[in-house]
Design a protein around this ligand. Structure first.
Ligand code: ZN
Length: 109
């Protein structure tokens, strides 16, 4: 029985490398989402990915629907605020958060 476990052990580690190579070559599909503020979002998914029914709008943060005729409404009890707006409000006492926000903006480029 010791031989069986040795064979299994030799295969560990080959998975992650193979997966990243396949990810680069994977064909993409573009899915459009519509938010209730009139924004249209186009998101790229792998062809074999599970495409979610809704997506957070990157412009205003509202949940966007795949169905333009059946828009999702914003949650009323929790007004959306962008991270940057939140940081600007409190920048007097949280300088560290401002630095973080600037780093995030650079990443979005
Ligand atoms: Zn939006």
């Amino acid at each position: 029985m010791a031989g069986g476990s040795a064979i299994r052990g030799s295969r560990v580690g080959s998975g992650p490398l193979g997966e990243s190579e396949r990810g680069e070559a994977a064909p993409r599909q573009r899915v459009k989402y519509y938010c209730s503020n009139g924004h249209t979002v186009s998101v790229a998914f792998a062809l074999d990915a599970d495409v979610p029914d809704q997506w957070d709008c990157p412009r205003c943060g509202l949940p966007s629907s795949r169905d333009a005729g059946n828009l999702l409404s914003a949650p009323k009890n929790e007004p959306y605020k962008t991270h940057l707006a939140y940081v600007k409000e409190r920048r007097s006492d949280e300088d560290g958060m401002v630095i973080l926000a600037e780093a995030l903006l650079e990443m979005q480029g």
